[in-house]
Design a protein around this ligand. Structure first.
Ligand code: BTN
Length: 323
């Protein structure tokens, strides 16, 4: 399924106002029986929509919904090549399948991912119309070596876009995560297609928690937070998407030319663990040290016995030492 059918869309638009609608009225609108109304409601609940029923009043979405709107995203970003889809397995997968035909900056955003991918083979919980599921294609002409600092640059671009929306205080945890007051707000998953000594095709996947439905939040096995908790008013995913496209395109163009060096100072500002005692977990080993930021290759700098050493690699993760 790549999108809801006509009836599903009609029901979605009706419930988006966050008001109650009787089963009878819904049945009339969809041209179906009361029993079928129940099935349509169940189908929306199965993709993560928080819809409840009150006897005598009818059905209601737990919060009003603002759906993704390609035209607004195009207008905010000033960019044309945007795919906005309702239902996908994964926005990363969608772009990866099209790699030979993509242009730099081409972006895919979905309302729902049936098989959203996190790092280390984990699932990325992706309820309908709740969060931002965003992927952008970028070709690195300098080849795969240039990909080593990419997730750090992308993290900076996400923080910049959030700041443009007035959201302050979001920090970065090397190499792929965004945190707010010790809780995970967003994650980055970069998937590469590359051959030695050739350009490297990257699909940059970003998942940002915007409005976590209560039931879905229970499925996440680490402390998390969403933008609507941090911000005083609900965050508009269309504005956020447009700003993110602009910010990523600008930073990626500069990164291709100059690498990570011009961004080191910004990373130091945003690093959640800078100058703190940390545990670096490399496979089964725990390395204790003081976090001293990153170098131009995107390696983590760890101070151990007064000596600073770079660490880089796939399966490394970082924790505060007292956790
Ligand atoms: C992480 O584990 O922290 C990385 C999560 C990345 C999730 C995003 S959502 C958009 C894109 N599509 C996917 O399937 N995953 C990434």
């Amino acid at each position: 399924m790549s999108e809801l059918n006509d009836q599903g869309n009609k029901l979605l638009k009706l419930l988006a106002d966050g008001e109650f609608h009787s089963g009878e009225k819904i049945g009339e609108l969809l041209g179906v029986s009361r029993t079928s109304v129940n099935n349509y409601i169940k189908a929306l609940q199965e993709i993560g929509l928080d819809i409840y029923k009150v006897t005598g009043k009818g059905y209601c979405s737990a919060t009003p919904l603002t759906l993704l709107d390609k035209n607004i995203i195009k207008q905010v970003s000033g960019f044309e090549h945007i795919h906005v889809e309702q239902i996908l397995s994964s926005t990363n997968q969608y772009l990866l399948e099209k790699v030979p035909d993509l242009n730099n900056g081409q972006t895919c955003i979905a309302e729902y991912q049936a098989a959203g991918r996190g790092r280390r083979g984990r699932e990325w919980v992706s309820p309908f119309a709740s969060h931002l599921y965003f992927s952008m294609y970028w070709r690195l002409d300098a080849g795969i070596d240039r990909a080593s600092g990419l997730s750090l640059l992308v993290g900076i671009a996400v923080v910049n876009a959030l700041e443009k929306l007035g959201i302050q205080g979001v920090g970065l945890k090397w190499p792929n995560d965004l945190y707010y007051q010790g809780k995970k707000l967003a994650g980055i998953l970069i998937e590469l297609q590359a051959q030695a000594s050739d350009a490297c095709h990257s699909v940059i996947g970003i998942g940002i928690n915007v409005r976590m439905p209560a039931e879905q939040g229970k499925l996440i096995d680490q402390p998390w937070i969403d933008l609507n908790t941090i911000n005083t008013k609900p965050v508009d995913r269309n504005q956020l998407s447009g700003l993110l496209i602009k910010e990523l395109q600008s930073l990626l163009a500069s990164y291709e030319e100059k690498g990570l060096a011009p961004f080191l100072a910004r990373w130091f500002e945003l690093d959640c663990f800078i100058n703190q005692q940390v545990n670096l977990i490399v496979a089964d080993n725990v390395q204790k040290g003081i976090c001293r930021g990153i170098n131009e290759q995107g390696a983590l700098l760890l101070e151990i016995d007064n000596e600073v050493k770079p660490y880089i690699g796939g399966e490394i993760s970082l924790r505060l030492a007292n956790n």
